[in-house]
Design a protein around this ligand. Structure first.
Ligand SMILES: [Zn+2]
Length: 410
């Protein structure tokens, strides 16, 4: 496995200008290439989507054309200003575009969109000699960037050949892929089921609750207020632009606080368990497709962090020897974890669960976490598991003791 490491950098005004220029070139090349891909795609569709078609242009073809454009006069559509920055930035952007369009054609992604500066400066990639030291990172054409003090020494030291630079709400980040590392062996630690939520970050099937950081709620309130302020400002005015910058900063902070909490939680979880069962978000979304979807900031954050939680758990699992399983657990919030009775009426309130069939009372999130653990413990019935099927042997052996206790206690 290879890990990527990301740190914040503090560019000087000259470096900032160079960073913006590189990002601008990358964005320009991407949009320029996308326009040509779109034209090619339209022509291909007009010809009835032939299986063999030689109208597609690769990133290499496009880069050759771009080089010709760099030499041309600005009056004839030339872009000589591209010479002022590294050729890698537009080159890598065209490779990205290649991938984006391939993903679209093969049904993995949506039709690629043009990159707009108003949606963020974005970033760029560079190849060449990148030198990492304790407090600095040296990039071709840009120079030696200072790493933010809190991030000193985090990047893998020495020489690297590729780097990714990104901007977010006025801050700049550098990310580098580290050396190959071997997966850790499973140490036979206990298994656990996990239910992620909005009110609580996560509930474990053994009864442990991971709370959300308090700063998160305050950050969200501030974000809501700033968003209302944007709505009150006149459209296309500098006051609106300023207000939008504030929103972007507040949003970046909320995301950062949440990400920090996610990292701490996933590290602890991966270090102390041998197997972690989580819900498969993709499947959950598909099953929820017909019904009304709750939208809004909370929902968006939850969706985003479910994917991120899984990504972090998976790579940290490999680092610390923990197996991560995602299950298609449907009705986890409506099914009784004691008798298996599935009913919408089992949920008298948001937090409470009371089974209509056997009267079992339990916290709703804990009930869901136990259901998820059970779903991940019977691989031979993986698909049927979530659909309210009667469950036999594996459930008893995998059931944590705490559930029985809580049944007695209540
Ligand atoms: Zn029940």
């Amino acid at each position: 496995m290879r890990r990527a490491f990301k740190v914040e950098v503090q560019p000087t005004p000259t470096q900032l200008k160079a960073l913006l220029q590189h990002a601008g070139n990358a964005r320009w090349a991407y949009n320029w290439g996308l326009a040509q891909h779109q034209a090619a795609h339209a022509a291909w569709v007009a010809e009835g989507k032939p299986a063999k078609w030689d109208g597609w242009r690769t990133a290499i073809d496009l880069h050759k054309d771009l080089n010709a454009l760099k030499k041309a006069d600005p009056e004839n559509g030339g872009v000589p200003w591209m010479y002022e920055a590294s050729k890698c930035a537009p080159q890598e952007a065209l490779r990205d575009l290649d991938r984006a369009f391939k993903n679209f054609l093969e049904g993995r992604a949506k039709y690629p969109r043009f990159k707009s500066k108003s949606r963020g400066i974005g970033g760029f990639q560079l190849t060449g000699t990148i030198q990492v030291a304790q407090k600095t990172v040296q990039l071709p054409r840009i120079g030696r960037l200072r790493v933010k003090p809190g991030d000193h020494g985090y990047l893998p030291w020495g020489r690297h050949s590729a780097v990714c630079v990104t901007e977010r709400a006025g801050r700049w980040f550098v990310s580098i892929v580290g050396p190959q590392i071997a997966d850790a062996a499973n140490k036979g630690l206990p298994a656990v089921g996990l239910d992620l939520g909005v009110a609580r970050l996560a509930t474990l099937s053994d009864g442990t609750v991971i709370e959300n950081p308090k700063a998160l709620a305050a950050g969200r309130r501030k974000l809501d207020r700033l968003q209302r302020e944007v709505a009150r400002k006149k459209k296309i005015s500098s006051n609106r632009r300023k207000a939008r910058t504030k929103v972007a900063k507040a949003y970046a902070r909320v995301a950062k606080v949440r990400s920090d909490a996610l990292h701490k939680a996933t590290t602890t979880l991966a270090k102390s368990h041998g197997r972690i069962v989580i819900e498969d978000l993709r499947v959950k979304n598909m099953t929820a497709g017909g019904g009304k979807k709750k939208r809004g900031l909370n929902r968006v954050l939850l969706d985003a962090s479910l994917g991120e939680f899984r990504r972090q758990l998976e790579y940290k699992g490999k680092l610390y020897g923990c197996e991560v399983v995602a299950v298609a657990a449907q009705y986890t919030s409506q099914r009784c974890s004691l008798c298996g009775h599935t009913d919408r009426g089992n949920r008298p309130s948001q937090a409470g669960f009371c089974c209509l069939s056997c009267g079992f009372e339990i916290n709703a999130d804990l009930n869901a976490a136990i259901n998820i653990l059970v779903a991940g413990s019977c691989p031979e019935t993986e698909n049927a598991c979530g659909a309210g099927v009667r469950r036999g042997g594996p459930r008893v052996t995998s059931q944590p003791a705490v559930k029985q206790e809580s049944a007695v206690a209540r």
